[in-house]
Design a binder for this molecule. Sequence first.
Ligand SMILES: Nc1ncnc2c1ncn2[C@@H]1O[C@H](COP(=O)(O)OP(=O)(O)OP(=O)(O)O)[C@@H](O)[C@H]1O
Length: 240
Amino acid sequence: MSQVLQLAGVGRTFGEGATSVAALRDVDLTISKGEFVAVMGPSGSGKSSLLALAGGLDRPTAGEIYVESTPLSGLTLNELARLRRRAVGYVFQDFNLVPTLTASENVSLPRELDGVPTRKAQRQAKDALRQVGIEALADRFMDEMSGGQQQRVAIARAIVGDRHLILADEPTGALDSATGDEIMGVLRHRADEGSAVMLVTHEARHAAWADRVIFIRDGRIIDESEAAQDPASLLAQSGL
Ligand SMILES: Nc1ncnc2c1ncn2[C@@H]1O[C@H](COP(=O)(O)OP(=O)(O)OP(=O)(O)O)[C@@H](O)[C@H]1O
């Protein structure tokens, strides 16, 4: 099975009647094992909504979403939560880390909740923290870490274990550009190892790490390109 994520005719409308907002309309999208896809588009175009649906954090008002061939509409909330913990790593814009836990505990907690034995979960957490370059900070609490360090913890939590679908919403916002590139390298590596990666970004230089770039405007996919050699040409192509 090579399709990790599939959206078929997906729509998401918020509210009803005259004041309703169509955040996404009729989106068809497939991401395969080993594929790194970047999503670009203006503010309010539907990028975060797309990621939330793909990660099972929200439900579509039209169409169907499949994660590893499982149609999400058929799952109860508990089943959806289990699938999210097992298969989906999510990097939130605002990190969503637990302040009273250490870096290592923040990363291992979702694994333990999913029944992975503590020792193994801790080993996996350590490995994920190593991949994002902060293994030495494993025992620090969140308020002892800078914004950039917390962001790395959030990324470690998303890639820990063997998640097959990594969804990242602007994961480089608080990072300087060298660290941002390092994080892109981590996501690229995860894709090369067989995960499907979807990254929302405003930065063409980050999108250039992807195999494919999707442009969204007004809730619709307006264009898809193979990643260009020259990141600036991505923006030129889409007219963004
Ligand atoms: N919970 C909600 N209730 C009502 N409208 C919403 C909700 N979430 C998103 N929207 C609307 O849906 C549209 C798409 O929003 P979304 O956050 O997905 O865009 P975005 O491309 O991620 O924007 P940004 O780049 O600013 O993060 C916007 O018009 C937004 O106002």
